[in-house]
Write a protein that binds this ligand. Structure first.
Ligand SMILES: [Zn+2]
Length: 76
């Protein structure tokens, strides 16, 4: 058995707390634990806060309905 390749695992992954910022309003809305490679510098993570997500989904649904919803929705 040659394990030399798998023995090399030296896991440098750490967890850091990274603020998640909403891309829409640049509002910090959450702190997340992220896996970070070693001591790699980190910044903030961008996402969509639940508030914007709600608005966005509502807008998206309205758009889909307005466009006639040609492709049958598989989910309801
Ligand atoms: Zn937001």
């Amino acid at each position: 058995m040659d394990m030399d390749k798998t023995q090399k695992i030296k896991n440098p992954i750490r967890f850091k707390t990274i603020p998640k910022v909403c891309s829409w309003y640049k509002k910090m809305y959450e702190l997340n634990l992220w896996e970070v490679d070693g001591d790699k510098r980190t910044g903030v993570s961008h996402g969509m806060c639940p508030e914007c997500h709600k608005k966005h989904v509502a807008q998206y649904k309205a758009d889909v309905e307005a466009s006639g919803e040609k492709k049958g929705a598989s989910e309801d």
